[in-house]
Design a protein around this ligand. Structure first.
Ligand SMILES: Nc1ncnc2c1ncn2[C@@H]1O[C@H](COP(=O)(O)OP(=O)(O)OP(=O)(O)O)[C@@H](O)[C@H]1O
Length: 508
């Protein structure tokens, strides 16, 4: 397929708010792709080349931009090949190879194609929200139920591969959970109180919500591998946990849990300590509690109710199962008692889970509901101001954006500014952000450095007020930085909190 077909489809998708039009446009496009082009095309559409990061900054690209060509000659495969050359170039002479590759590629592209490629190459494409639409489009193009495509993507962790398999006529229902292949974790919705979390839930498991880092641990043929929330392999940073899981009874396993640093008295330590434990070799202070099992006793358990999974978990992980209580029916007072107990032990809150529910990989829903007494939101840094006074050498004040998936207040899939903060930044965090943001800068007027919207930061607030200054009509009150969602605790911008969630806190 010619690149310009993909660029045209992509601009149709960006120009409409109708999910149906987006889906149909992409379904048409998918229907015209050769199976061999699918992975590259999906990568281009999502702004995430299948080769991974191309290591090209906006400066290089702005310098490198040659005169546009006539267009309509580049194919998706040409682009894919050029990207492979770019990531494959190492060592002496690699700079010249990269410059030449870039020049050849862009010299054959017209203006629209150049713009598209540049945005993909520097990672400026904001299409995280497109993943769901692509799943629907693949379902439509191959006449497969959406749920089946979605499930295959979650279980294989590979959207491009799933679309290719569907196009080639493979039976996607056969894609199952495979120990060793990490799956998107199930996520929690939220409720303002224990009472509201239990409403309508029926029998539930009310668990402590530990303020650590999510860990998915696989054991295959005795070999243990641990993954973060965003499915990065961190086995070598949690050797004690890997050794512990190696001693659990039975064969292959997939466990879901939380790792946390504890002090000598057994009390939870601040979140930063967990992170530095993961960062250094001194991982011995890290403990782990499991709250779910996805594979065990010789079979996949994701379609079993939580009640069954918890029984297996108790047999497999024994003392390492997370604390909490099982409630036979909705019982606000009992759930509140578990919340009080969790807070008294220094935990963040509780997660109330329906005992009837299956493990819905990658889903945030009503079957897991978290309750935390402090409001925290994961927002995206849109820009950062150069500091003044004591902070004049640092990048300090952050401009914070909430996700706007439907384009209610701007571009669909974009971000709406809801506030600024320089509170809560430690010297270490200031140092980190001062070196990080220039690597993703898209412009700098000497006061404000604009950055690609990809850094997620967890912000605590006291509330939200009406605002005429910000386009979403909402401004954060007393925003302060809790932590960056990077590294082991990474969260992608496509999962940041939405402007809708922030506006829910508006008074009256
Ligand atoms: N008992 C538990 N059950 C499920 N998750 C738990 C539990 N204890 C701690 N967690 C953590 O809580 C997270 C869900 O809550 P929360 O939303 O506050 O965290 P998050 O990482 O910001 O967001 P997300 O819900 O998007 O994962 C899980 O990802 C997991 O890391």
């Amino acid at each position: 397929m010619l690149l310009n077909g993909l660029v045209a489809a992509s601009s149709t998708v960006a120009a409409t708010r109708s999910r149906l039009t987006k889906t149909q446009t992409l379904a048409d496009l998918i229907g015209r792709l050769e199976p061999s082009e699918v992975a590259a095309a999906v990568g281009l559409l999502l702004g995430r080349p299948r080769q991974g990061r191309l290591g090209i900054g906006w400066r290089t690209v702005h310098k490198a931009r040659p005169e546009p060509g006539a267009g309509s000659v580049l194919t998706v495969s040409d682009v894919d090949e050029a990207f492979s050359t770019l990531v494959g170039a190492h060592g002496t002479g690699s700079a010249a190879v990269r410059a030449q590759t870039l020049d050849r590629l862009l010299g054959r592209a017209d203006v629209a194609e150049q713009d598209y490629l540049l945005r993909v190459m520097i990672g400026e494409m904001r299409t995280g929200a497109l993943e769901g639409v692509l799943v629907d489009a693949a379902a439509l193009a191959t006449d497969t139920p959406k749920e089946i495509v979605r499930r295959a993507v979650m279980l294989s962790g590979d959207l491009g591969g799933t679309v290719r398999a569907a196009l080639s006529g493979d039976d996607l229902t056969e894609v199952g959970l495979t120990p060793g292949v990490p799956v998107q974790p199930m996520l929690a919705g939220s409720a303002p109180s224990a009472g509201e979390a239990t409403t309508g839930m029926g029998a539930s498991s009310v668990e402590y919500k530990l303020d650590g880092a999510r860990l998915q641990v696989h054991r295959v043929g005795g070999v243990v591998t641990a993954y973060t929330r965003s499915l990065a392999d961190i086995t070598d940073r949690v050797p004690d946990i890997a050794a512990l899981v190696a001693t659990f009874p039975g064969g292959d396993l997939v466990l879901d849990g939380e790792t946390l640093a504890l002090d000598e008295s057994g009390a939870a330590r601040p979140f930063q300590d967990t992170m530095s434990g993961l960062g250094r070799d001194a991982a011995s202070a890290l403990h782990v509690w499991f709250f779910d099992v996805l594979y065990g006793e010789g079979r996949s358990l994701i379609d079993e109710p939580l009640s069954v999974r918890r029984e297996v978990l108790a047999r497999v992980a024994g003392d390492h199962v997370i604390g909490g209580s099982v409630l036979p029916d909705a019982d606000p007072a009992a759930a509140q008692a578990v919340l009080d107990e969790a807070l008294a032990r220094g935990h963040e809150g509780i997660v109330v889970k329906s005992l009837d529910s299956v493990y819905a990989a990658g889903r945030r829903g009503a079957n897991w509901v978290k309750v935390k007494p402090v409001y925290t939101y994961d927002l995206v840094v849109l820009a950062v101001e150069h500091g003044s006074g004591r902070r004049s050498d640092w990048l300090s004040n952050l401009h914070l954006g909430a996700r706007d998936p439907d384009g209610e207040f701007g571009e669909p899939g974009g971000f709406v500014m809801v506030g600024k903060t320089f509170k809560g930044l430690t010297d270490e965090t200031l140092r980190w952000q001062t070196s990080h943001f220039p690597t993703i800068a898209t412009g700098d007027d000497g006061h404000v450095m604009r950055v690609r919207p990809e850094t997620v930061v967890e912000i605590a607030i006291d509330g939200v007020q009406r605002s005429t200054r910000y386009p979403g009509g909402a401004a954060l009150r007393f925003a302060r930085v809790k932590r960056y969602r990077t590294g082991v605790d990474a969260k992608p911008p496509s999962e940041a909190d939405t402007i809708g969630a922030i506006r829910q806190l508006l008074p009256g």
